[in-house]
Ligand binder design. Sequence first.
Ligand SMILES: NC(=O)c1ccc[n+]([C@@H]2O[C@H](COP(=O)([O-])OP(=O)(O)OC[C@H]3O[C@@H](n4cnc5c(N)ncnc54)[C@H](O)[C@@H]3O)[C@@H](O)[C@H]2O)c1
Length: 273
Amino acid sequence: MSNKTIAFIGTGNMSYAIIGGMIKSGFAPQSIIATNRNEEKLAKVAADFNVRTTTNNITALKEADVIVLSVKPQMMAQLCDSLQTANVDLSNKLFVSVAAGITVARLQDMLGQPVKMVRCMPNTPSLLGLGVSGLFAQEISAEERDFVEQVFSSTGIATWVETEAKINDIIAVTGSSPAYFFLFMEAIEEKARTLGFDAEQARALVQQTALGAAEMAASQPEISISQLRANVTSKGGTTHAAVEHLKSHNLHTTVADAMDACISRAQQMEQEL
Ligand SMILES: NC(=O)c1ccc[n+]([C@@H]2O[C@H](COP(=O)([O-])OP(=O)(O)OC[C@H]3O[C@@H](n4cnc5c(N)ncnc54)[C@H](O)[C@@H]3O)[C@@H](O)[C@H]2O)c1
């Protein structure tokens, strides 16, 4: 592994997941600094991953080679302002922003100077090494590119996109989409409860089925997802009845429209923030 130090500024759900994936894949805990304003959150990160923690963003900024900006988009301007006024030379640092809806140009504006910046759109399964991260950068060195790729591929699949606009598409396809799957699982779990399964059974039944279905797809890439579905669906049978109901309620269009709403919101945030 590289000897660079990486700091996560604002270690909440997303950075916790990335750090978890990095540690699982062998990054040295001492090469990782996690910051948060909330000491309880830091205590958990330190206890779970043995990384260095601090409530002082500037200490982390000074020490790290790579700075991951991981606060909520609405908090980013305030954070960047505090980093800018700290009088630290940022020209040799590499920044990575995981925030949705803030462009590189806007981040540089917030930081008050044209720093080297990578836009990254990860997702929370990174915690298990099963994440997907979209990456976009211009004008960074091959070594910096390799390091960022090493970090995010340690948490799952990392893929570079050609244009910054594509990061918004990645949000719809992989950044937000764990929530779509969870929503579907919630709906099945809820119905299982109304059919009389207790909470524990309903949860176990839905999660095992989701895991089994994903693993069926992942372990047999030569079989299309639609064929896997067809294999469950007997002509004139029970699954057919359920699937036809979903189709007649425009499931595909609804999902596509939801993904368009996700992209539109990211574009709108780019104007707002
Ligand atoms: N959660 C996801 O699935 C996901 C996926 C992709 C990208 N993202 C992006 O990741 C970023 C973080 O999202 P999250 O879900 O982890 O949010 P979060 O609220 O869980 O984490 C952000 C943390 O930053 C801390 N914080 C706020 N201001 C701070 C400051 N000035 N200094 C230090 N700490 C500060 C907060 O206490 C909080 O714990 C967002 O910009 C989001 O767009 C999230």
